[in-house]
Design a binder for this molecule. Structure first.
Ligand code: URA
Length: 252
């Protein structure tokens, strides 16, 4: 029966995810992304061990008698997301947009969700906004291949609407794992959605940008989304200020 088959496969996926989280030292799960901008309650939650992000200690001091999964990798994440049916976006997407770039990039750019062009090509930031992002990366003296470019949500929301909470919840573990595997020193969060989701805050992007935020040891710089720059080119100056701070910190 197809329904029974689907339920069994979901149970398998859930079991795999829990096994992976346990191997990484995870003590609980609240379905949230790993960073914390000092949002109200964030410190309390950490103290109660609700964060899903492993601490470095938990990765190195596990008992040798415990069975360990092989270390996670971008390939295994990509494998796990293949043909993903975890949320309703599966029905309308053309391609899953996993993200691309250097597997050990020092810098990750994280946007919101694929748009029309990205959905068609299965690659992140390849439309008009993507071309602008490429120019920003080149202005830093880097190439797209030297950084990692991804999104919070891996499938296009129909009509480019905002991602919904159940979609964020379903997709968050993949971005979590990408960040854990890549271990970037820096994240540039592109736009309101990425910045607010990664930092667990509702503070507007205009107030978040212009300074680094701690993201579990990763320096996160929020800035305006390239799509917004296409509509409001006068904001390019602000983005350039943010990018210069990044370049300075990266010693580029
Ligand atoms: N906007 C995004 O946030 N991500 C993309 O990949 C493309 C446009």
């Amino acid at each position: 029966m197809p329904d029974t088959h689907r339920i069994l496969s979901l149970i398998d996926e859930f079991h795999d995810t829990l096994t992976w989280m346990k191997a990484k030292g995870c003590r609980g799960f609240d379905g949230r992304l790993p960073c914390d901008a000092g949002a109200p309650g964030a410190a309390d939650e950490k103290a109660e061990g609700l964060s899903c992000t492993p601490s470095p200690d938990s990765l190195s001091s596990a008992s040798p008698s415990v069975h360990h999964e092989p270390p996670d990798s971008l390939d295994s994440i990509q494998n796990d997301i293949e043909n993903c049916q975890r949320c309703k976006l599966a029905k309308t997407r053309t391609n899953i947009v996993f993200g691309e770039g250097a597997p050990s990039a020092r810098l990750m750019f994280i946007g919101e969700a694929p748009g029309f062009d990205e959905d068609k090509q299965g690659k992140p930031f390849v439309g008009r906004a993507g071309q602008l992002l490429t120019k920003i990366i080149q202005a830093m003296g880097l190439t797209r291949e030297q950084v990692f470019i991804g999104n919070v949500i891996k499938c296009r929301p129909p009509g480019n609407r905002n991602p919904e909470p159940d979609e964020i919840l379903a997709c968050a573990p993949f971005l979590n794992r990408q960040i854990t595997v890549i271990q970037p020193e820096f994240i540039c969060a592109l736009g309101t959605f990425a910045a607010q989701t990664l930092l667990h805050t509702t503070i507007p992007i205009s107030k978040l940008r212009g300074r680094f935020h701690d993201c579990n040891g990763i320096q996160l710089m929020p800035t305006f989304h390239p799509s917004y720059l296409l509509r409001s080119p006068e904001k390019k100056r602000d983005v350039w200020e943010d990018i210069k701070l990044l370049m300075n910190a990266m010693e580029l």
